[in-house]
Design a protein around this ligand. Structure first.
Ligand code: GLC
Length: 430
């Protein structure tokens, strides 16, 4: 039986049949490999809804030049903290679903320290970095290595109603005192319902806004080199007191403690407010046809306490590469494309966000669309970073929690800031 079986296998017919099968299987796998190689590389990235359309245009241009790469943009929530949480969860789960990480400057130390990002220092050569704003490069670095390609910068500004100020004979305010005085006068005259709106909700925007007021009162949050914490110092308490005063004196609505950027913008744009703290993106929206304050407002550096200087909080967004991506070269190519002068210019013309390249702040076409850009360059060049420490996310949570408690009268500013300083020190000692 066994012998018959061997004889059958050795017969010519069967041999050629076997050969045919082997040939068929190997050519099929070759075809499958070729098909797989022709499949474009797919990259994914999550971002907020308001940036989807203008970024989609850049993606289309990039894909036309790189038919072997496809980029899928995934719409995330507007709140920066919620998107940070989604990226964090994806990384904690292991094989992240995202190849490209569209990151707030404030996330960099945490993501880099956790080892979730590729070091791109050797890809973006030192000479190439020179056109980018130094705050964007600094804020995109951790322990001397670069982890984020700067795409769009940001800096907090004071918006003011030029028409109302001119009518009443006021120059735009430089100090917190002037801001309160002008607000109260114009409110008393019935020219505006509110004096000042800002971001008072408990979220990252509260920390970004507070960095500016703190700087304007000569205070310190955390010194990144010495890890000294200054939140319980008199300057920090004076900064909190100023914010509380705006609410107590009804210069700001009490609801300001639930405002993010968009809530502040909507009420300012409706024409009911004299001053607003916000990012430059508002300029384009408030200047659109049909906006009640079109051509009736200006922007300037933030107010500060008498004797101090103003500091814009350095914000901004850039692109990191997930360490788990299977396509680091394609991912870098895409990040470098988005950050290129041509792509940024197109994106900014469409969206009203701020460039991260110096040369674009004086680009004639961009200046024609956004006249404030040349002045903004100086403001952002002198901006203040949120402390670039690995524990930034927790430190910001602590500050937000206690600041919010002080603003909503659950604790006195002194007690709130003492607790904030104590918890921050404990966090940094861990
Ligand atoms: C803006 C800034 C960002 C900041 C956020 C806070 O998007 O660019 O840096 O963290 O606002 O809401």
């Amino acid at each position: 039986m066994h012998r018959n079986w061997l004889r059958w296998l050795a017969s010519k017919k069967v041999k050629s049949l076997l050969m045919a099968v082997i040939l068929f299987v190997s050519s099929l796998s070759l075809v499958m490999m070729a098909v797989a190689q022709q499949q474009p590389i797919r990259l994914t990235m999550m971002l907020q809804a308001s940036e989807l359309m203008p970024l989609q245009e850049l993606v289309r241009d990039f894909e036309a030049e790189n038919p072997d790469i496809r980029i899928e943009l995934i719409e995330g929530p507007d709140n920066t903290n919620l998107r940070e949480d989604l990226y964090t969860t994806a990384f904690l789960l292991g094989d992240s679903a995202y190849d490209l990480v569209y990151m707030d400057i404030a996330w960099v130390p945490k993501f880099a320290a956790a080892g979730w990002l590729l070091d791109i220092s050797s890809r973006l050569q030192v000479q190439e970095r020179e056109d980018f704003l130094s705050g964007d490069i600094e804020g995109g670095s951790y322990e001397g290595k670069l982890y984020r390609m700067p795409f769009r910068s940001d800096g907090g500004m004071l918006y003011y109603r030029q028409d109302l100020l001119e009518e009443a004979g006021y120059a735009p305010p430089d100090t917190t005192e002037e801001l309160l005085e002008i607000s109260q006068d114009l409110q008393a005259q019935g020219k505006a319902q509110w004096g000042y709106v800002w971001q008072g909700q408990q979220y990252e925007g509260l920390s970004a806004m507070f960095v500016e007021i703190l700087h304007g009162f000569g205070g310190l949050w955390v010194d990144p080199d010495t890890l000294e914490v200054g939140l319980d110092q008199p300057q920090a308490i004076a900064a909190v007191n100023f914010l509380k005063q705006t609410i107590a004196e009804r210069v700001s609505p009490s609801g300001v403690t639930s405002y993010q950027e968009e809530e502040a913008r909507r009420v300012f744009q409706s024409g009911q407010v004299v001053f607003m703290r916000n990012w430059p993106y508002v300029w384009r929206l408030a200047s659109e046809e049909g906006s009640p304050i079109r051509d009736r407002f200006g922007i300037k550096p933030m107010v500060h306490a008498p004797g101090y200087s103003s500091g814009a909080c350095q914000g901004g967004w850039g692109i990191g590469i997930a360490k788990t991506t299977r396509h680091p070269d394609a991912a870098y190519k895409a990040a470098a494309y988005f950050a290129s002068p041509e792509a940024q210019k197109k994106f900014i013309l469409e969206s009203g966000f701020v460039p991260s390249r110096r040369s674009l702040f004086t680009d004639p076409e961009l200046v024609a669309a956004y006249e404030y850009l040349p002045d903004l360059l100086e403001v952002i060049d002198n901006s203040v970073l949120r402390p670039p420490i690995a524990q930034y996310a927790q430190a910001s949570d602590v500050l937000q929690r206690y600041l919010s408690a002080a603003l909503t009268n659950q604790r006195t500013p002194e007690r709130a800031m003492e607790a904030a300083a104590r918890e921050t020190r404990q966090l940094l000692q861990r």
